[in-house]
Design a protein around this ligand. Structure first.
Ligand code: HAM
Length: 426
């Protein structure tokens, strides 16, 4: 038997109803905040991720699904391509490629699959889904403003509230900017020099190439050393400090609770200033439900104009896991099961089903080879609210038997009375 590949999975009903539910609510919220949808390709040139997410990150150095494409000619090496491990890089590439700032398109959202070759476990997949958004634009449009940071974070709190996710916690930090980062890197290098020999091979490499990435280390023996390293909060320049303070003040004013965690650096290189994560207690080891932050230099790093931005990505798999609603509760049930009873009744039943669906009802159409008893039990299994009997007598009399499967009550109605009665639900 051929099975789904390790780390991938089929999403089946009724669970897909929960996915539909969160996506519909997310779209509603994005509309309220005037974000518009963008759909970027599932694969991109490898160097897009190397240059944005960063060569030294776990994502780029260990987790990407990369292959060498075939060129047109046989001798042609072809490009190196990668399944997108995240979507911020693709959005910024598209922003530059289509000069979206000229069209005033600077608040974009996306919903779709991402791919990382991580060790699969609960809440961690190789194909997973993100609901994300990016707000970026020219500095003249106010894209650097702390108002934008707070707005994006407040949007998330509103979305979680709307879909009924309780028990989340928001951690916030500032990771500084291009001006103060060299100072912090220098301090880190100095602090690491005498101890790095005791650390894992990855940290030894990171200490030389990109010391900030030492904070991504998960090796237990390295943690006491990491706990002693300098804190980024002590190296922020005056502008970054004020920016962060303003974000904190707005969030407090709008009533979004948070804690500052000055060890939060996030595992992607493009971040500047505000970085944040929402965690959820019910998720176990993989407790980050979403993450995001500011990336003021990313557009330039990809060859574009200055376009400071802030965004986030929700792990949709984890969001669905943290919902208190059950799949059964949100799974739509048929309003009516239309049961043709007897030979030749399928045509009449199909006509009625078509009419009722036009009236926005959810209709399951039965089969004329079923006897009444089988139609009844099928309708009950599907949890249909009503059973509509379409037999020869009913068609002749133009009076259809409609049975409420909850109460057992049965009435005879003309065809133009059916939809109203079913919509009433009683
Ligand atoms: P990230 O923290 O790498 O950020 O991913 C965001 C979220 O995606 C995580 O918090 C988690 O919920 C989910 N996630 C990541 N990897 C997996 C996995 N293997 N299985 C299941 N869920 C996963 C980014 O991707 C950034 N692009 C976010 C961003 C947007 N920053 C600015 N704009």
């Amino acid at each position: 038997m051929i099975k789904a590949v390790r780390g991938t999975r089929d999403l089946l009903p009724p669970e897909t109803a929960l996915w539909d539910f969160v996506e519909a609510e997310a779209r509603y919220i994005f509309r309220a905040y005037n974000f518009h949808e963008i759909r970027t390709p599932i694969f991109e040139e490898t160097q897009l991720f190397a240059r944005s997410v960063g060569e030294e990150t776990d994502i780029v150095s260990k987790e990407m699904f990369t292959w060498q494409d075939r060129g047109r000619a046989q001798s042609d090496q072809g490009q190196s391509l990668t399944l997108r491990p995240e979507n911020t890089a693709g959005v910024v590439r598209a922003y530059i490629e289509h000069q979206l700032w000229k069209r005033g398109l600077n608040k974009l959202f996306y919903i779709g699959p991402q791919f990382r070759r991580e060790r699969p476990q609960k809440g961690r997949y190789r194909q997973f889904y993100q609901i994300g958004a990016e707000a970026l634009g020219p500095p003249s449009a106010g894209s650097e403003s702390p108002t934008r940071d707070a707005e994006v974070i407040e949007l998330l709190a509103s979305l979680l509230e709307r879909i009924g996710v309780a028990g989340w916690a928001l951690e916030l930090n500032s990771v500084g900017c291009a001006k103060d980062r060299p100072l912090f890197n220098e301090a880190l290098r100095k602090a690491l020099a005498p101890v790095v020999i005791k650390m894992c091979a990855d940290c030894q490499r990171r200490a030389a190439t990109n010391p900030l990435r030492v904070f991504d280390c998960k090796v237990p023996q390295d943690q006491p050393i990491i706990a002693q390293l300098p804190r980024i909060s002590d190296f922020l320049d005056a502008d970054c400090r004020v920016h962060f303070q303003q974000v904190e003040e707005i969030l407090t004013a709008v009533g979004v609770p948070f804690t500052v965690n000055d060890r939060l650096v996030r595992g992607l290189d493009y971040y500047t200033r505000t970085a944040f994560e929402f965690t959820h207690t019910a998720l176990g080891a993989q407790n980050a439900i979403l993450g995001g932050g500011r990336y003021d230099g990313l557009s330039e790093a990809l060859g574009g104009p200055s376009a400071p931005g802030i965004g986030f990505a929700i792990g949709e798999d984890r969001l669905v896991m943290s919902l208190s609603a059950s799949a059964d509760e949100v799974m739509p049930k048929p309003d009516v099961y239309v049961a043709p009873i007897g030979a030749g009744m399928d045509r009449e039943a199909a006509r009625l089903a078509r009419e009722l669906r036009r009236d926005a009802l959810v209709v399951e159409l039965g089969d004329e080879t079923f006897r009444l008893k089988k139609s009844l039990s099928t309708a009950s299994k599907l949890e249909a609210k009503f059973l509509l009997i379409v037999g020869e007598d009913e068609v002749k009399a133009e009076a259809f038997a409609l049975k409420n499967l909850g109460t057992g009550e049965q009435v005879a109605l003309a065809r133009n009375e059916l939809a109203k009665k079913i919509q009433s639900g009683t």
